[in-house]
Ligand binder design. Structure first.
Ligand code: PEP
Length: 249
């Protein structure tokens, strides 16, 4: 049975005081919801966020990790380091990692495998650029992103995968995919997973939409049958907005 999930990607925002304050506010205002709620502060604030949220229903997740176990990778963080401070879920493949840090499908495949090998949950992000959509190539791009990073995985790991479809043209731009565009792509993703693995895996994987989700559009997007929640950037930094989005589930 797939889960409803609302996750906040805080990106490179909030210092330690800001992180603590936002978590205090979110904890106080968190509604009773069927959705799993996740937040991802920056690496330096992950440990304190986990401690602060002990016993809370809000899960702290990481924005990235390296594929190696340990070693000479200056500036990088391993799966074991995340697990060691109580982080069990990692976002991989965010479009900003792909665009600004050269993360290719090949690198992401290694990262996904490394996280799953440590029994972490992977929130795998993917999505087409504006030119792909304009040229009608968006389905092909999404299919190849999924294929290149995920199709060699064993069927058994799919309960530890969350998919986040994030059209690049909608991230941080204020331009949102229409609920119909989101549903059309999510249905395509589910069909693609069913063809590559099986219908059961496709039916049970949570597929989140990301890209300028706001309090005003969340409910309509989340109402679509193949949309299981959202990965939220900008609006996750404002407690009342994030709570309103959670209430849209
Ligand atoms: C994101 O970065 O994952 C994202 C969806 O950002 P925003 O909500 O700001 O578009």
């Amino acid at each position: 049975m797939r889960s409803k999930i609302v996750a906040g990607n805080w990106k490179m925002n909030k210092n330690s005081e800001g992180t603590e304050a936002l978590l205090v506010e979110l904890s106080a205002k968190l509604p009773d919801t069927e959705a799993k709620v996740m937040v991802s502060p920056t690496f330096v604030n992950l440990g304190s966020a986990v401690r602060q949220l002990q016993g809370s229903k809000i899960e702290v997740i990481a924005q990235n990790m390296h594929f190696a176990e340990s070693g000479a990778f200056t500036g990088e963080i391993s799966a074991d380091m995340l697990l060691n401070i109580g982080i069990n879920t990692v976002i991989l493949g965010h479009s900003e990692r792909r665009a600004y840090f050269g993360e290719t499908d090949e690198i992401l495949k290694k990262k996904v495998k490394a996280a799953l090998a440590k029994n972490m949950t992977v929130m795998f992000c993917f999505g087409e650029e504006l030119e792909d959509r304009k040229s009608g190539n968006h389905f092909n791009v999404v299919e190849s992103q999924l294929k290149n990073a995920l199709f060699e995985l064993d069927q058994s790991v799919w309960s530890s995968i969350i998919l986040a479809y994030e059209p690049v043209w909608a991230i941080g731009t204020g331009e949102t995919a229409s609920p119909e565009q989101a549903q059309e792509m999510h249905a395509f993703i589910r069909k693609t997973i069913a063809a590559a693995f099986n219908q059961d895996i496709a039916d049970n994987v949570s597929i989140l939409y990301g890209g300028s989700v706001k309090p005003g559009n969340a409910e309509e997007i989340f109402s679509k049958p193949d949309v299981d929640g959202g990965l939220i950037g900008g609006a996750a930094l404002v407690a009342d907005d994030f709570i309103a989005i959670i209430n849209g589930i």
